[in-house]
Design a protein around this ligand. Structure first.
Ligand code: G3I
Length: 309
């Protein structure tokens, strides 16, 4: 399954719509399934953009990956000011309402996103010190998964995070969290490896494969959930950097293609015209299609990997 993160506002642009429809069979809402746009005001849900994305995908037989039910990075201000009982009720209402709305229509949910602490970050027991941890304790993660299973029993339920593709301490913290959930009988099905990397600094295929295998050995599946490959700081002229980018896409996509338990690869966008990278890291060309929707060497690297050539 090859996917892209999209925004409903771009679907009316013919080349955006055509490129997406031609080359991908899965979509993720880059923003519009998150708490912030969906429930900006307590108890008032707005699914306008989210529904457009799901209906677009259904009309084309595409899968939808829901992203993300619980994430500190896109919670409206009112959530952050709730007491423990208020937040527990709000989280349950949010998960039941959002996951329940798309019951049977969404292939997988990122139930909890980025709950594991980064290196050197203030953390509690290896977890990010988010409002969810502060108010509800580490049990919020298991609670979220149980609520999601109840609301959307057909969906695969994922834990999703970044910088866990390497043989590093953050992956070990993530593995410990996920193994604990599995051991406790929490309904989790998989782990998403976001894969935001650079052409001159990316995890070796062997490390990615080993981490994925360790998750699979827990009885879970994995996916590459948000891939993009920055080239701004890579050495060489533009053509050199684009060729390096192609090699990285081919190598990393090839890791998932080679793993029977890797259920998909999603790029975080698909055209350089719209990427979060530009605003976060500076102008870049991180995706397989250029600003005019032309296929870059990276797109051919993806194809080589999919065709195992
Ligand atoms: O669509 C609204 C627009 O109507 C409004 O006028 C404008 C100004 O407020 O905001 C627009 O929404 C923005 C949205 O992206 C769509 O462009 C939000 O402000 C902005 O916060 C949001 O950023 C997204 C970010 O997550 C936070 O939700 C990025 O697009 C998205 O790429 C990024 O994705 C995250 C993953 O969810 C988790 N992993 C890391 C990844 C990159 O940060």
């Amino acid at each position: 399954m090859l996917g892209a993160a999209i925004q409903s506002g771009y679907l009316s642009q013919a080349p955006y719509n055509a490129t997406l429809s031609k080359h991908f069979n899965s979509v993720t809402a880059e923003y519009e399934h998150k708490w912030d746009p969906v429930q900006r005001t307590p108890g008032v849900y707005d699914f306008t953009g989210a529904d457009q994305i799901v209906e677009f995908a259904e009309a084309r037989g595409m899968r939808v990956r829901g992203h993300a039910l619980v994430w500190h990075g896109a919670t409206p201000a009112w959530v952050n000011s709730l007491s423990e009982p208020e937040l527990r009720i709000a989280m349950e209402d949010h998960i039941r309402t959002v996951a329940g709305r798309y019951r049977g229509r969404i292939f997988a949910w990122d139930v909890v996103n980025e709950a594991v602490a980064d290196e050197g970050q203030a953390n509690t027991g290896g977890l990010r010190n988010s409002v969810f941890l502060q108010r509800l304790g580490p049990g919020f993660i298991a609670e979220a998964f149980r609520l999601a299973r109840s609301a959307a029993p057909e969906a695969r339920l994922y834990y999703n995070d970044y910088s866990i593709e390497w043989a590093n301490a953050k992956f070990e913290r993530t593995y410990a969290l996920v193994k604990g959930l599995v051991d406790d009988g929490v309904p989790i099905d998989g782990v998403g490896f976001q894969m935001h990397v650079e052409a001159q600094n990316y995890p070796p295929a062997a490390q990615i494969a080993r981490n994925m295998q360790r998750i699979a050995d827990l009885g879970l599946v994995v996916n590459i959930s948000e891939m993009d490959v920055r080239i701004r700081l890579a050495p060489g002229d533009l053509m050199t950097r684009l060729e390096a980018q192609k090699r990285v896409y081919r190598e990393i996509v090839g890791v998932c293609v080679a793993q029977p338990f890797c259920d998909g690869i999603t790029f975080w966008g698909f055209t350089d015209r719209y990427s979060w990278i530009d605003g976060f890291f500076g102008p870049d060309d991180p995706l397989p299609f250029n600003e005019s929707y032309g296929a870059k060497p990276a797109a051919y690297g993806v194809l080589d990997a999919l065709l195992r050539r």
